[in-house]
Ligand binder design. Structure first.
Ligand SMILES: Nc1nc2c(c(=O)[nH]1)N[C@H]1C(S)=C(S)[C@@H](COP(=O)(O)O)O[C@H]1N2
Ligand SMILES: [Mo]
Length: 436
């Protein structure tokens, strides 16, 4: 199993060499087509507001299809999200729902399911756990496909972990509004994140039981939601490769969220949870996992979820992995606060790289800074709640700022490195309020 200890960077170099030699198979689209497609999607257009067409197009390469998983899925009605989305808890953005950050004030570290953001490429499928099974298959196994029923998974040793799921595009709208740089994709503010206590089986355990071989390089989990059609091109079902080193490390095949079975919108019956990594890694409504002895590709690790643009290599950066560092106030933008009366400002900070070390806030647009009080023991893969008291001096507009540092030495910059799809925003966000 020494092979599985490969570091992420060694893995990337090796995969790149294999790809250059033409050994890697590209699933679905040719890169050229996808890049053209992304360009055609245009600035600030929600890229993934695709419909829910399910006809198999040229992109669903038949030869690579997994053995059929025995699940039956029925799509919900538009906008495709099952749970209620009251405006005080959610801002609906296309097929997605962003958490209203101020609604987290007074809640614990764990985000209640009724306000956990939803990011759906199409719509939430309704799946019966009793007919469902997970199929593990591919050239990276010692033998043929292995199937796990819901009860099989629940009978395996269980693990719990507190971890955030955060969209790679969280904070994307600030590229345009703070930096004047248009980007494509869903215009999230800072609410495309939630933290939950997940319970399930380690993916490493599932892979071992499926007979993973020492030649395995990548695993490709795939969802049971509808195929994604964007600008008339069928990209197939949502699927994104994970390096075997991460797959064998801390990834969870989860069936519970905050002590309850997963809600339909968050992946019922079973989803992956990939701690610290961009949300697209945490595939919902898991149906099958291909295990490859050669690198695996899908549009979700070739033409999306890399950094593109003048500041990046022509083929884009390496596929995105860890999330960046961010801070948010639990306060509405343009909130009204009374002058000369103490107000308790509260918020949260988080990083995909390491526990948060320190949070500072400014109430004068960034001239003076002071430390916020942390309310949680900082942990990797989660957020810390913080607070600071402020007495707004005089009526008029004011700008609040919060910036965090993590134990990996990261700090939040004044501007985030631009990329055309607006991923990994990490700059300090200006939060306007009005003092009356
Ligand atoms: N099958 C499937 N898995 C998916 C998605 C999807 O549309 N389909 N969206 C991904 C993205 S982009 C994100 S950010 C997270 C969001 O998880 P949540 O909806 O539970 O918050 O799920 C990921 N897993
Ligand atoms: Mo995402």
């Amino acid at each position: 199993m020494a092979h599985h200890a490969l570091s992420e960077s060694a893995y990337d170099r090796r995969r790149l060499r294999q790809w250059v030699r033409g050994e890697a198979r590209t699933a679905g689209l040719k890169r050229r087509d996808m890049l053209g497609l992304l360009a055609a999607a245009g600035a600030a257009a929600p890229f993934a507001a695709a419909g829910s067409a399910s006809a198999a197009g040229p992109a669903s390469a038949g030869a690579r299809e997994a053995p059929a998983a025995g699940a039956r899925t029925v799509s919900a009605a538009a906008p495709g999200i099952v749970k209620p989305l009251p405006p005080e808890l959610f801002t609906v953005r296309g097929t997605n729902a962003e958490t209203v950050f101020s609604s987290l004030r007074g809640t614990g570290v764990l985000t209640p399911a009724d306000r956990f953001f939803v990011r759906n490429h199409t719509s939430t499928p309704r799946i019966d756990a009793q007919g469902w099974e997970l199929t593990v298959w591919g050239s990276g196994l010692g033998g043929g496909p292995v199937r796990f029923s819901y009860d099989d998974l629940r009978a395996l040793p269980a693990t719990t972990a507190t971890a955030f799921v955060e969209c790679a595009g969280n904070g994307r709208s600030f590229y345009a509004t703070q930096q004047g740089q248009p980007v494509s994709g869903t215009a999230w503010t800072l609410g495309a994140i939630g933290v939950a206590r997940w319970r399930g089986v380690r993916l490493g355990e599932v892979l071992r039981r499926a007979g993973v071989s020492r030649h395995a390089v990548d695993v490709l989990p795939r969802g049971l939601d509808d195929e994604v059609v964007s600008a008339g091109v069928n990209l197939g079902r949502v699927r994104r490769p994970l390096p075997i080193a991460k797959a064998m490390d801390d990834v969870l095949v989860a069936y519970e969220m905050n002590g309850e079975p997963l809600p339909p919108d968050h992946g019922y019956p079973v989803r992956l949870v990939v701690p610290g990594w961009v949300g697209i890694s945490s595939v919902k409504w898991l149906g099958d996992i291909e295990v490859g002895d050669a690198p695996l590709y899908s549009p979700w690790n070739t033409d999306m979820y890399r950094l593109f643009g003048p500041d990046h290599p022509p083929g884009g950066s390496a596929p995105l992995t860890r999330q960046t560092l961010k801070s948010a106030f639990e306060l509405d933008r343009d909130a009204t606060l009374p002058a000369r009366r103490p107000v308790l400002l509260t918020g949260r900070s988080w990083s995909g790289a390491a526990p948060v070390r320190e949070v500072e806030i400014s109430t004068d647009g960034g001239v003076r800074w002071r430390r916020a009080r942390l309310h949680d023991v900082p942990r990797p893969g989660s957020w810390v709640r913080w607070s600071a008291t402020w007495v707004p001096p005089a009526p008029g507009p004011a700008v609040l700022l919060a910036r965090a540092a993590d134990r990996a030495g990261r700090t939040q910059p004044e501007a985030s490195a631009h990329n055309t799809q607006g991923y990994l925003f990490d700059a300090v966000v200006r939060h306007p309020v009005t003092v009356v």
